[in-house]
Design a protein around this ligand. Structure first.
Ligand SMILES: *[C@@H]1O[C@H](CO)[C@@H](O)[C@H](O)[C@H]1NC(C)=O
Ligand SMILES: *[C@@H]1O[C@H](CO)[C@@H](O)[C@H](O)[C@H]1NC(C)=O
Ligand SMILES: *[C@@H]1O[C@H](CO)[C@@H](O)[C@H](O)[C@H]1NC(C)=O
Ligand SMILES: *[C@@H]1O[C@H](CO)[C@@H](O)[C@H](O)[C@H]1NC(C)=O
Ligand SMILES: *[C@@H]1O[C@H](CO)[C@@H](O)[C@H](O)[C@H]1NC(C)=O
Ligand SMILES: *[C@@H]1O[C@H](CO)[C@@H](O)[C@H](O)[C@H]1NC(C)=O
Ligand SMILES: *[C@@H]1O[C@H](CO)[C@@H](O)[C@H](O)[C@H]1NC(C)=O
Ligand SMILES: *[C@@H]1O[C@H](CO)[C@@H](O)[C@H](O)[C@H]1NC(C)=O
Length: 640
């Protein structure tokens, strides 16, 4: 499987939105090519949703929207204007600046070059889109009006681009050189400067004039963009905010790029003390370069059309490094907790762990215990999901599910790794131990067994999180957002698994609260092969509760609902016993367990519920672990 920037659970809505938008045709128009005062083609037809891109040649042209009646004056009430685009090239090449408009309807659009030095418009340098081919308002009629127009031509008084995208392309590391091309940029505010990366491993980072090769506070930085291919498909876009000079450099220390002159400026003075030449000279003797620890900042990184909002650090490793030879080959490839994760998996997960956590000054013992429990259960999940994905992707179950489902499961596996990293990062940050790693006994027989285990692990984690999140002290409130987001992520996963399981929609999983001790016990009994593992988690019982098995079910005549269950468990505890039912939305009910170990299902329970045999009834959820005799186990009480 190959998906370095993969559709994932997180990005699906985004992809759907992108697909819904009409991808129009892009029409190209040259402005003043071959030293001629013409737009080529002078007139064209375009549909709503299409774009038209103007590229500018020597000398110094604009494309400005007018009315039909006044060809050389800006459209009253505001039309588009590219701003003037001088092109000093003497070899006839296009300016790195282009201007792109989007066509919104089929009405005629009239335009001209506003250059007064030589009266370009009055010499016939005009242009039209969707001009009528007959009647009075033809392109020929417009062109004739321009030849007779009075001088001088008009332009929007502020001189700034409007009504379209003015973009200046800068090549980073052209042909292996330590350069930005161009490096000496003049661009009006609102211009997008687009940096395109080439080998090997460059940054575009803003500095002040006085401290070249050091990041400017609140300035932009692309981060390191390592690439072996040219063009890489990676771009960094910034928008020129005003007319103040902007200074930037490459922060690569290997080869001292900045000091060797890999720097540039936007709107620098051409004389005086602060010219680009002066900045280059200052950079030559600057101390070793640094860049901010996070990227991208102050601009947008796009990889072959996909926007990357955040890297894990300041280097775009994931998108350019090929995936590991065997990315999902079962439990052997799941990295141990706390070890670095191959960036390939961040792509698979549709995002990395947070680069900036906003942790508080301290962490309570309660929260540490909760995190230790999460690490434990997320580690089992990661191992299960990777093994499952590997079999579905290219193993014994390769043809069981459609590719989209297999990829979604792969994304879930990768997201579980990211969640586990967030947990270990937090424990490590507060210098708390990660404990030892367990070996697992995972179901091996069928896809259905795997799905059932994946679902149970998700439901156990959701249940324990809903319970645990209420016990996080206010001093650890920084934990609430990641914990709540994990609940959301696991809830999405249960929905996907539920669809794969072919159950009726009515049985869709809902969230049942589950004390962490019971969840821990279930995982220990069912999925952990080494009973001394993991290292004791604070608050957990000394050993797992005895296992609980459902041996019989009574159902309604139409078999649509379970009305009673018979259980078996291994316990010598004497006295009356009850079954505690833990259902959706925090429901907790108790039914007496008869001598034959049968009990009736509460009438108002539906879907997945967890049960435990207890020695005392009507206790609060937090007190259930203290009275548990055996369990828990999951039961379907409505239509399976
Ligand atoms: C380009 O033309 C505009 C309009 O005539 C003028 O204001 C501007 O100074 C010119 N730029 C250059 C570099 O010649
Ligand atoms: C099309 O609509 C957009 C959004 O309102 C506007 O910015 C743009 O200028 C319009 N294009 C033209 C050619 O008028
Ligand atoms: C790229 O660099 C090579 C080696 O320095 C040189 O021979 C070649 O002419 C350069 N190509 C361009 C387009 O500058
Ligand atoms: C890119 O350069 C940075 C800084 O030297 C380094 O940390 C990173 O590992 C490099 N990436 C690659 C793929 O070489
Ligand atoms: C972008 O696409 C090009 C062409 O398919 C490919 O060579 C390049 O590796 C891609 N870039 C990344 C970063 O994946
Ligand atoms: C930058 O361009 C200006 C003119 O626009 C020129 O005077 C100056 O020498 C150039 N500087 C460099 C370093 O190319
Ligand atoms: C996990 O790894 C062990 C040891 O390499 C192997 O025996 C087992 O089959 C793998 N898969 C599962 C599902 O346990
Ligand atoms: C599937 O696995 C086999 C053996 O490991 C390998 O040769 C093959 O290339 C894999 N196919 C895909 C599509 O990854």
């Amino acid at each position: 499987m190959r998906f370095s920037i993969a559709p994932s659970l997180l990005s699906l809505p985004l992809l759907a939105a992108a697909a819904a938008a009409y991808a129009g045709v892009n029409h190209q128009v040259t402005v003043g090519k071959d030293a001629k005062l013409v737009f080529d083609p002078p007139t064209l037809n375009a549909a709503p949703g299409d774009t038209v891109t103007y590229s500018f040649f020597a000398k110094n042209h604009s494309v400005t929207q007018s009315s039909f009646a006044q060809p050389c004056q800006p459209l009253a009430g505001g039309g588009f204007f590219s701003a003037f685009t001088p092109n000093p090239a003497t070899d006839g090449s296009a300016s790195p600046t282009t201007f792109t408009i989007t066509i919104n309807d089929t009405k005629p659009i009239w335009a001209y070059c506003g250059q007064t030095n030589g009266d370009h418009c009055q010499k016939g340098m005009v242009h039209a889109i969707n001009a009528p081919t007959s009647g009075t308002n033809t392109f020929q009629a417009f062109s004739d009006l321009a030849l007779k127009a009075s001088t001088p031509s008009g332009s929007p008084p502020d001189g700034l681009p409007v009504g379209g995208l003015r973009k200046l392309s800068v090549i980073v590391g052209f042909n292996g050189t330590l350069t930005y091309s161009p490096n000496n940029i003049t661009a009006p505010p609102r211009t997008v400067i687009e940096f395109s990366y080439n080998p090997k491993n460059h940054t575009v980072t803003q500095s002040s004039f006085d401290s070249p090769c050091q990041p400017l506070d609140k300035g932009f930085s692309s981060g390191f963009i390592p690439t072996a291919v040219s063009p890489s498909g990676v771009t960094f876009d910034i928008v020129v905010p005003d007319t103040n000079p902007i200074w930037f450099y490459c922060g690569q220390i290997v080869g001292t790029h900045c000091q060797k002159g890999m720097v540039g400026s936007i709107n620098a003075a051409t004389s005086g003390a602060k010219t680009l030449e002066a900045y280059i000279a200052k950079a030559a003797t600057a101390p070793p370069s640094t860049i901010p620890p996070q990227a991208p900042l102050g601009g947008t990184i796009t990889v072959n059309g996909t926007v990357i909002t955040s890297f894990n650090g300041n280097s775009l490793q994931g998108a350019t490094i090929p995936p590991p030879a065997n990315p999902a080959a079962g439990n052997a490839s799941v990295p141990a907790p706390g070890t670095p994760i191959d960036p390939y998996y961040y792509g698979m997960a549709g995002g990395s762990q947070p680069s900036n956590y906003g942790w508080g000054a301290s962490i309570s013992d309660t929260s540490v215990a909760l995190l230790a429990f999460l690490l434990f259960i997320e580690d089992v999940q990661a191992n299960l999901l990777f093994e499952m994905h590997s079999r579905l992707d290219n193993g014994s179950w390769a043809s069981v599910y459609p590719r989209a489902i297999v990829d979604t499961l792969g994304s879930m596996a990768a997201q579980t790794l990211v969640q586990r990293s967030t947990t270990t990062d937090c424990l490590t940050h507060f210098k708390k131990p990660l404990g030892n790693q367990c070996s697992f006994k995972l179901p091996t027989t069928s896809v259905d067994d795997f799905l059932a285990a994946a679902l149970k692990l998700n439901l156990l984690e959701i249940g324990a999180l809903i319970d645990g999140i209420t016990q996080v002290p206010l001093s650890d409130s920084y934990l609430l957002a990641p914990l709540a987001s994990t609940i959301g992520s696991k809830a999405r996963m249960t929905a996907v698994i539920n669809m794969m399981q072919n159950h009726l929609a009515a049985a869709a999983p809902r969230e049942a609260v589950m004390p962490a001790q019971l969840a821990w016990s279930y995982v220990m009994t069912n999925y952990v092969s080494d009973p001394n593992c993991p290292t004791k988690i604070s608050g957990m019982p000394g050993s797992p509760y005895p296992a609980l098995t459902v041996t019989d079910k009574q159902v309604t005549p139409d078999q649509s609902r379970t009305t009673a269950v018979t259980v078996s468990f291994d316990s010598s505890a004497s006295g009356d016993k009850w079954v505690a039912w833990m259902g959706a939305w925090g429901d907790l009910e108790f039914t007496p367990l008869a001598a034959d170990k049968t009990t009736t299902v509460p009438a108002d329970l539906y879907g997945h519920v967890w049960i435990a045999v207890v020695s005392k009834k009507d206790v609060a959820m937090k007190d259930v672990p203290g009275v548990t005799v055996a369990g828990p186990e999951i039961v379907w009480v409505s239509q399976p």
